[in-house]
Ligand binder design. Structure first.
Ligand code: SF4
Length: 376
């Protein structure tokens, strides 16, 4: 493996070579790849100018949350990393142009890169009445999706709406909204659900595809296993309280202020598979996530849980067995720190690696990594 030539990329991103390589090591660790893979990832990013994959990005029924989560990530280099790494030929939100010219450009890009381009779908696809409830350039989203998927090299459904219907498909689903895989029979659609989805899971998936020419290992719902392989409940910082029977029972009560388990407030962590506790949002490692700030997980990534089960309803607990050893808990005013616990440590380890790299790159940003606790 040749040494990645990082001068150009580190100059462009404004980070040191060391921090850039640390970041790549963190991404490799997130995907469960060996350390040597980090060099391959770094090489891909460093040489992205020569090997940019063409990306066609479609929007259906949604709030633009997945695009926003990429662009508004606090990490200063994330969106630059992604947008530098790909050749974004068509994106209905970001395109400066509009109308027939943009549509023609998309058709040209599809024809010129048939079999090689990456198709990203954001938002659900209405199917009722021929799909007339979402039209772009006088064509239904259903037709756009099926046409663009025909010659795509790989297809990613980004966000819960594109993955399985999300909010638009919630009962009574007046537009017949569906996930991309349902309107693309016979195609492999990689699902990266979330509301919003985590941008680092997208980055890691695209990097894997660009670097190794294959998609990461997927689960039975076509989600990357590295991101959706573990139950939130098994890696949650409040898990010691669940095992010890300490629950918040109302928002703002004593248990809530103490940072106790949110199960009785309807937390769906016990039946939701995602790496939110490890990767967090807003900024890697120095960021936060819903349970961390006192809001129950509502299972946004999980079909049949998010936007389906009422928030107040109790979760189905898939694992009843507590860890062999109960972690000790240090309580400080308004916050909780866990100092042990095998189950939680497994997730924390990945988070720590990513956190360290993210913090190192975001040199001028706040670096607090304390678990934020709700005082409200
Ligand atoms: Fe964490 Fe929710 Fe499980 Fe409680 S029920 S330990 S808050 S995931």
């Amino acid at each position: 493996m040749r040494e990645p030539q990082t001068d150009f990329v580190t100059r462009r991103l404004g980070v040191s070579r060391r921090d850039f390589l640390k970041f790549c090591t963190g991404i490799a660790a997130t995907m469960g790849l060996p350390g040597s893979a980090a060099l391959s990832l770094a090489d891909t990013i460093a040489n992205s100018a020569q090997q940019k994959p063409v990306v066609i990005w479609l929007h259906g029924q949604e709030c633009t949350g997945p695009t926003e989560t990429l662009l508004r990530a606090e990490h200063p280099t994330l969106e630059r990393l992604i947008l530098d790494m790909i050749s974004l030929e068509y994106h209905q939100t970001l395109d400066a142009g509009a109308g027939h010219h943009v549509e023609q450009a998309k058709e040209k890009a599809i024809a010129a890169h048939a079999g090689k381009y990456l198709l990203v779908i954001e938002g659900s696809i209405p199917t009722k009445d021929g799909g007339i409830y979402c039209k772009i350039a006088d064509k239904t989203m259903l037709a756009h999706t099926q046409e663009a998927a025909e010659h795509a090299g790989a297809i990613i459904a980004f966000g819960s709406c594109a993955s399985w219907g999300g909010i638009p498909s919630a009962g009574p689903n007046p537009t017949g909204a569906k996930g991309a895989y349902e309107v693309l029979p016979g195609k492999t659609v990689v699902n990266i659900p979330g509301c919003p989805p985590n941008p680092y899971n997208f980055l890691a998936t695209v990097l894997h595809y660009v670097t190794f020419g294959t998609l990461p290992e997927l689960d039975e719902k076509n989600r990357p296993k590295f991101a959706y392989g573990r139950l939130i409940h098994e890696n949650c910082e409040r898990r010691p309280h669940f095992d010890a029977g300490r629950f918040a029972t109302e928002f703002g009560d004593e248990g809530h202020r103490q940072g106790w388990c949110l199960y009785k407030l309807g937390c769906k962590g016990p039946e939701t598979y995602a790496n939110c506790p490890a990767v967090e949002f807003n900024d890697v490692g120095g960021g936060t996530w819903p349970i961390g700030v006192g809001h129950p997980c509502f299972g946004c990534v999980e079909e049949g849980v998010g936007f389906t089960k009422p928030l107040f309803s109790l979760s189905t607990v898939k694992t009843h067995t507590p860890p062999n050893a109960f972690p000790t808990i240090e309580q400080r005013q308004g916050s909780v720190k866990m100092t042990g616990g095998a189950a939680a440590l497994a997730g924390a380890a990945v988070g720590a690696v990513l956190g360290a790299t993210g913090i190192a790159i975001a040199a001028n940003k706040k670096t607090t990594s304390d678990t934020t606790e709700s005082d409200s």
